[in-house]
Ligand binder design. Structure first.
Ligand SMILES: *Cc1c(COP(=O)(O)O)cnc(C)c1O
Length: 408
């Protein structure tokens, strides 16, 4: 038959995978787009001025920053004055939450958030709780969805901020952000959303969503690491968290990292280019992968919402197997994925997101997150489909529970 040929193709794929590696961990970070690297390059060695300087070097840097700001604003449907550059998603979330809370605390000390937020929202809230704020952490349903009615029920006269992420990094569930923002505003409460995972994977419009504050991060959508944005709606006052010079209209002191800002601007521009085509491509690839895994491996659970889910994300629990072991074995084959989320990888605790959607600890620990990008292709997925079933089978054969269940 075709055995010889297929063998040849397979060993070619294997060799290719080992050399470059196949990257299915795009919710942890992404490849910086070559166009972004190219756009940044001159700002390291030619146009290296300090944007606060009045000479030509400085002015060149200044105009590059303002051009990038305009691109980011266009990407979010915002005005350039509403864009503040910070060091990443973590800083933007901290600035949003603490910045609002310190101005509003005279009106009340209550914050509403959800049980599936990234630690960059969860931990600042914990810190505020220790400082005497009351934090309500809303549960989610088994798909990871926040119920807007539940938000409404928790609002009191003391509530000053609601922060709910627009889409989840581990399971990809997309929240009804517009509805929740509407509820917040009817009650006169500020609304923040961590949209780090939405950038490049869903259309973001701060006006349509009606949010007051919104976070994005460059490295999650093919921009550089170490740069992010907090959108602050015109007229909203927040207190800076880093003091020093007057950069970013006082919201964020420190000499601007011009190359990173230029790179982020470029990433925003690229993300809007043919976005619908790209999303379609990625979701088809993801669906093809999920279907393939379902056909080849039994006893699995696909987490997240069936339809309201990021097009690139697939969180799969492999019953009777340790996610860590699957991840390591896939890495040996040249395929990069993550267990739960990158931030909890390496710790013993199951992910708080998977617990929040009701997975038992053993199920949560058997979970792998595959997160694709438009740089991935079918050949890579085919290679995954070829090696994954055997990896899972081998790991399960070591599980006493699996043997008992299967009577072997
Ligand atoms: C990665 C991530 C962050 C943190 O962004 P950094 O730029 O890495 O600090 C925040 N929120 C979500 C949902 C993320 O996925």
């Amino acid at each position: 038959m075709l055995a010889f040929d297929i063998k040849g193709v397979k060993s070619f794929l294997r060799a290719a995978a080992m050399k470059e590696g196949i990257y299915f961990d795009n919710n942890a970070t992404t490849r910086t787009a070559p166009e972004v690297v190219e756009a940044m390059r001159p700002y390291f060695s030619e146009h290296y001025g300090n944007a606060s300087s009045l000479h030509r070097f400085g002015q060149r840097a200044r105009s590059a920053i303002e051009e990038a700001r305009a691109k980011v604003a266009r990407f979010l449907g915002a005005e350039p004055e509403e864009i503040v550059f910070v060091s990443g998603g973590t800083e933007a979330n901290n600035l949003a939450i603490k910045g609002v809370v310190y101005t509003q605390s005279k009106h009340g000390k209550h914050i509403i958030t959800s049980s599936i937020e990234h630690h960059a929202v969860g931990r600042p809230c914990e810190q505020l709780r220790e400082m005497g704020f009351r934090i309500t952490i809303l549960p989610v349903d088994r798909y990871g969805m926040v119920d807007p009615e539940a938000v409404l029920k928790e609002i009191t006269r003391e509530t000053i901020l609601i922060s709910i992420m627009s889409s989840n990094n581990e399971i990809g569930t997309i929240q009804p952000i517009g509805e929740i923002a509407h509820i917040a505003h009817e009650k006169g409460i500020l609304f923040h959303t961590d949209a780090v995972q939405s950038a490049g994977k869903q259309n973001i419009s701060v006006k349509e969503w009606g949010v007051d504050l919104l976070t994005i991060s460059g490295h999650k959508f093919h921009g550089p690491k170490g740069i992010g944005v907090l959108y602050i709606k015109k007229g909203i006052k927040i207190i800076p968290q880093i003091y020093g010079g007057d950069q970013e209209v006082g919201y964020r002191a420190g000499t601007e990292p011009v190359p990173l800002i230029v790179g982020l601007g470029k990433a925003c521009q690229l993300a809007s280019l043919r976005i619908m085509d790209r999303l379609e491509y990625v979701s088809q690839l993801r669906n093809y992968m999920e279907k393939g895994i379902k056909e080849r491996v039994d006893d699995i659970i696909i987490n997240g919402h069936p339809s309201l889910r990021l097009p690139n994300t697939s969180s799969i629990s492999f019953l009777y197997a340790m996610g860590e072991a699957i991840m390591v074995q896939l890495d040996v084959k040249g395929i990069a994925v993550s267990t739960g989320s990158a931030c909890t990888s390496g710790t013993e605790e199951p992910s708080h997101v998977l617990s929040a959607i009701g997975l038992a600890p053993e199920t949560a620990k058997g979970t792998i997150r595959f997160s694709l990008s438009h740089y991935n292709n079918r050949k890579e997925v085919d290679y995954l489909l070829e090696v994954l079933p055997e990896i899972v089978r081998n790991i399960r054969e070591l599980s006493p529970l699996y043997k008992k269940r299967k009577n072997i």
